[in-house]
Design a protein around this ligand. Structure first.
Ligand code: CP
Ligand code: NVA
Length: 300
């Protein structure tokens, strides 16, 4: 593994290795025994979109590993004034040991990897959010002790997070059910690949997807960059909500996951959110542990 651009590039074994290392690094950190596995290494963090979890978890994770993170706001870089990503990749490769980038087009992340000579990590594009889903798989495994055979239900927009969930959860053997409105399905290539596996179902029926689920997952109706569509999406996504009725259809011990930030009253109700806050914030915490594992694998 040379980069983390999307989960489709990883084998089931590679994902399992990352999750195992993440568990170990979490255990070490909780016991005050973090090892400086990236001593002296530098990671650039390029952000073209806002972030709370990704930025802070990568920065703190790097420090815990003995490395040095550099926050690089795209509006302050020459990239924001039109310097091509191909040139930025070659320049930054001369200074840094790795780059995490959050941007719009997946193509930009792929170009960074193609032109640079250091590991590139996708910190969210319009197409994928692999770091998020590694943390989600880690959290689900923590709560359920296994992944294979669990019924995983996603309700809502077939966006970047849904794309990565479809790939990651199918690869790890969960029984994946996604309920998305007809016009808001995951990307066509993802649906094509996942539908060819025997553990993926795409539906518009929220209750059918939730029936007997072990895990319920949702994400915002309007992602970053779609603010202008928010009003129309509120109409299109009506009913695509994790609420009491959906929880009742799921298993009594079902856990709730959300990449966050959440819009209470839209994709999830306040009562369900608060009843499952422990799982949701364990999931947010696990971003750091899972990403530390990725950093060690790529830069260690
Ligand atoms: N889930 C996630 O990536 O959160 P941020 O946008 O806060 O980084
Ligand atoms: N789908 C959301 C995820 C945020 C972490 C977005 O792209 O805004």
């Amino acid at each position: 593994m040379r980069h983390l651009l999307k989960l489709g590039d990883l084998t089931t074994e590679e994902i399992t290795d990352i999750l195992n290392l993440a568990d170990q690094l979490k255990y070490e950190q909780k016991n005050g025994a973090s090892r400086p596995l990236l001593k002296g290494k530098t990671l650039g963090l390029i952000f073209q979109k806002a972030s709370t979890r990704t930025r802070v978890s990568f920065e703190v994770g790097m420090v815990q590993l003995g490395g040095y993170p550099l926050f690089l706001s795209a509006s302050d870089l020459q990239i924001g004034r039109g310097e091509p990503v191909q040139d930025t990749a070659r320049v930054l490769s001369r200074y840094l040991n790795g780059i995490m980038i959050r941007t719009f087009a997946q193509r930009e992340v792929e170009d960074l990897a193609a032109y640079g000579s250091i590991p590139i990590i996708n910190g969210l594009t319009d197409y994928a959010h692999p770091c998020q889903v590694l943390a989600d798989l880690m959290t689900i495994r923590e709560y359920k002790s296994t992944l294979r055979g669990l019924k995983f239900c996603y309700i809502g927009d077939g966006n970047n997070v849904a794309n990565s969930l479809a790939v990651g959860c199918v690869k790890m053997g969960l029984d994946v059910h996604m309920a998305c409105p007809k016009d808001f399905r995951p990307d066509a290539d993802i649906v094509k690949w996942a539908s060819a596996q025997d553990n993926f179902t795409l539906t518009t029926d929220v209750m059918a997807a939730a029936e007997g689920a072990d895990v319920l997952y949702t994400d915002v109706w309007a992602s970053m960059g779609q603010e202008g569509e928010a009003a129309g999406r509120k109409v299109a996504f009506k009913g695509y909500q994790v609420n009491k009725a959906v929880m009742k259809a799921a298993k009594p011990d079902a856990i709730v996951q959300h990449c966050l930030p959440a819009h209470r009253g839209e994709e999830i109700t306040d009562d369900v959110f608060e009843a499952h806050a422990t799982e949701l914030f364990d999931e947010a915490e696990n971003r750091m542990h899972a990403q530390k594992a990725v950093l060690v694998k790529l830069m260690g």
